[in-house]
Structures are given as structure tokens and as C-alpha cells.
Design a protein around this ligand. Structure first.
Ligand code: 6OG
Length: 168
């Protein structure tokens, strides 16, 4: 599975506002039934930032001044391609959050270190991609991160082997 011959570039964008984060419930295609940020493939001729802004608008109906937050790199056993996902965040947005054919947007509370009871609508990590729990906290803290995960095939389940770091 090494070396890979191709990289497919994707984007993923999160709006973090008033101690909440906007996630989308994926209604179709890759990642069906999971919650994630908004994003998709970088098209030919686009920069990742342009793609991230376009995908956020297509999937959630809003425009946001996205800032680069980090980068994820995934390799999969037996695959000739690797995935590179550029991750973005914004503190603000314009427009009205709107459900699309692909995503049903929903706000979730950020982890609250002060409250004993925990937040009212906590981030549904069990219904997200396995590695999100590692780097989403870094995104909230505005610490840049880079993560790599190598997926091996175990039956139909993909098992991540991962090492990550946050950059100050
Ligand atoms: P479409 O094919 O629907 O775009 N994506 C991942 N996101 C996270 N958080 N973890 C992963 O780990 C992911 N793999 C793919 C990138 C697919 C969307 O799914 C994201 C895109 O935003 C495996 O256009």
C-alpha cells in the first residue's frame, strides 16, 4: 500500500460560534449516517480554500471567512490513492443555515470543562469518523494540527493506526 500513486484532495469546514459547533448529518454518499463538517472534493482549477468555501455554501447555505485549521492524510491498504483533507474553521458566517440534499445541519455544544453535568447537546463523536475526537479539540483551541492515519482492511472494517500532533 506504499507507495501510493495518487492523492485525492478534499475539504472539511467547521463553524464555531457562541460555544457551539455546526455539524452536518450526511444524508447520502460517502460517510452516510455520520456527522461531519461540510466539504467535498477539490475540483480542478480550485484551491482547497475556494473548494471549502464553495462546499460550505452548497451543503449548509452559508458563506464564511474560513481559516486553515489543519491537515489530515489517510492511506488505505490496497489503495493506490491517498486522501488529503484540508480542514478549515470560521468564527462567523453570513446567511441562514439551510439543510441541503446532502447534509442536515445541527448545532452542538463545545466541551465545557466547568460544568459537571456536561453540555446539553454534546458533540456525537460515536457517530463521527474515528479520528475526529483526536483533532477537533485542537481545532476548537485554534492549534494547528497534522494527522495521519493508515487504514488496514479487517473484514469490512477499516482500522486506523494513527499518530498525530498539534503545532503551537
Ligand atoms: P463527498 O465525497 O461527500 O466528500 N472525509 C472525512 N472527514 C473526516 N472527518 N474523517 C475522515 O476520515 C474522512 N474521510 C473523508 C471529506 C466527502 C467528505 O468527507 C470527508 C469530505 O468533506 C476517514 O463530496
Amino acid at each position: 500500500w506504499l507507495p501510493y500513486t495518487n492523492i485525492k484532495y478534499y475539504t472539511n469546514a467547521f463553524i464555531v460560534k457562541d460555544n457551539r459547533v455546526l455539524l452536518g448529518y450526511k444524508k447520502r454518499g460517502f460517510g452516510l449516517g455520520k456527522y461531519n463538517g461540510f466539504g467535498g472534493k477539490v475540483e480542478p482549477g480550485e484551491t482547497p480554500l475556494q473548494a471549502a468555501i464553495r462546499e460550505l455554501e452548497e451543503e449548509a447555505g452559508v458563506k464564511a471567512p474560513l481559516e486553515h485549521a489543519g491537515c489530515l492524510f489517510f492511506l488505505s491498504e490496497g489503495a493506490e490513492w491517498a486522501f488529503q483533507i484540508e480542514i478549515y474553521r470560521a468564527d462567523n458566517y453570513e446567511g441562514i443555515v439551510t439543510e441541503s440534499d446532502e447534509m442536515r445541519p445541527e448545532w452542538f455544544s463545545l466541551p465545557d470543562p466547568i460544568s459537571k453535568d456536561g453540555p446539553i447537546n454534546p458533540i456525537p463523536f460515536s457517530k463521527m469518523w474515528e479520528t475526529d475526537e483526536i483533532w477537533l479539540p485542537l481545532l476548537f483551541e485554534k492549534r494547528k494540527f497534522f494527522g495521519r492515519a493508515d487504514f488496514t482492511k479487517a473484514g469490512d472494517v477499516l482500522v486506523p493506526h494513527r499518530w498525530w500532533y498539534g503545532v503551537e
